[in-house]
Design a protein around this ligand. Structure first.
Ligand code: ATP
Ligand code: MG
Length: 144
């Protein structure tokens, strides 16, 4: 049913849950799995998982933090028993990056958290997930 699944991670616990469910579906449907992450520096703060580094980050620092997040996601996927997967670090707006990666990989499903690193605010659904649901050419599964 789902031949190609794209899973989006921002390094949050919500995204880990999305990875867990994406892996479960990939095993069930024998789907190809693709991991996407867009490293983001908000203002003068670099976000690395739940940690914020209070300096204007350089391009190299942003990429390094991105590789850490992708590396952690890859470990989670391997621990779930999947060895055949791809991953991509993409710069720019996360929602657009997720949708473009899903299109490029001809994914028929995108899996992501309902919330992410910004989950302390009052929103029920995060802005990245809201935007992806509007732009995606395929099904989007948002997980708690
Ligand atoms: P907001 O960012 O609007 O303050 P939030 O961080 O709680 O709220 P989202 O950003 O929508 O919510 O995150 C929801 C899900 O989107 C995450 O669990 C993850 O799957 C995906 N996501 C968010 N940011 C990124 C990113 N930079 N790269 C890849 N995936 C992301
Ligand atoms: Mg967010």
């Amino acid at each position: 049913m789902f031949e190609k699944i794209t899973v989006a991670t921002d390094g949050s616990d919500h995204a880990s849950e999305a990875i867990r469910i994406a892996c479960d579906l990939a095993k069930k449907y024998n789907s190809k799995l693709h991991i996407v992450h867009t490293p983001q520096a908000i203002g003068d703060t670099l976000i690395v998982g739940y940690t914020a580094v209070p300096v204007p980050p350089t391009k190299e620092e942003i990429e390094k933090s991105g590789r850490e997040v992708i590396g952690a996601a890859e470990s989670e996927v391997r621990e779930a028993g999947i060895t055949d997967f791809t991953s991509q670090l993409v710069s720019g707006d996360p929602a657009h990056a997720i949708v473009e990666e899903a299109k490029a990989h001809k994914s028929d499903l995108i899996v992501m958290g309902r919330r992410g690193l910004g989950s302390l605010s009052g929103l029920l659904v995060g802005s990245t997930t809201t935007k992806v649901s509007q732009l995606a050419p395929c099904a989007v599964l948002t997980v708690k």
